[in-house]
Write a protein of this length. Sequence first.
Length: 337
Amino acid sequence: MPLTKKAFWRPEDTEFVFRKILEVRKNELVAREILPLNTETPAFSHSYTVEYLEETGSARVTESGNNADDLTFVGEQGGAVTGKLFNIDAGLKVTQDDLDSAAARREMGKGNSYPVSEKRLNGARRFISEQENKICFHGMKSKDEKKIVKHGLFNWPGVSVTPVAPIGTLNSPGNDEEKRLLSNMTPIQKLTTFLTAKKDLEKSGKYKAKICLISDEDFLELLMPFSESETITTLDWLMSKKDILFPGGFVRTQDLNPGVLKKKGNGNNLLGGFVLMENTADVVELIEARELDVVTEPMKEIEGYMRMKAFEKIGGVHVNRPEGILVRTGTSRLVVA
């Protein structure tokens, strides 16, 4: 073989590869963080049923000496609500070439010794969790988008979904849609918006606003100071009263941003909002029939690959008492031409 006159050292020999690999950032998924988990449903089930009971009757008050024989009797009436269960799964394949390439990186000491199987499995788990989060908050529609297959927390029948009051006076808002934006409200108007929502949820005396789900955009609006001469913000004031206002605090979620919640505004505009709720099992639950599991088949030596499957079975969210949840819209907006 004839010798070439190329340099002995290659340019790549002097290249340093950082061991850290930058990965795409993902939004936090909060459904399991805020929803009570119900695991009573066995994995072989295809549906679940929640039974409810309501007491009937009353107690009477009579004057002493009045022996009228019209005693009322206490009883009960009940019913049941059935929901569907959904399988969520994701598969992954790892080839022998993948494993060999990762081993070569480790041997040469260049870059990160990428754990192929672990990273792909984590990706599968993430995709499953994203679907779970979506079902819990937004529900599911049929493939043609015309039929609701499963309701979510934000559109459950009976849950109050209304716009906030158009009270904003900053930035010369021109219509009610603009007057509802937190960005066009004074600090006092922002406080009024949240306290009015709390009043609406708690006025029956049966439910408490234990937690506030809020979009990132609205949360950042609460960080604006009361005035140029003060450092206290609307959020500071709300958090100083946390124990009596929202004991569970504020939980930020992208699911309430205008482009995700997608409540219709003027024209093609999309609206975001916030949610107050009593997140107790008596009010709302996340139904889980099979927790997230992983099965792995052995490496197929001839074909040169192995496969894994991550899967779970859930019923999404089930709202037992819609009156304990309140959705308010219009506080943020995505202008669509």
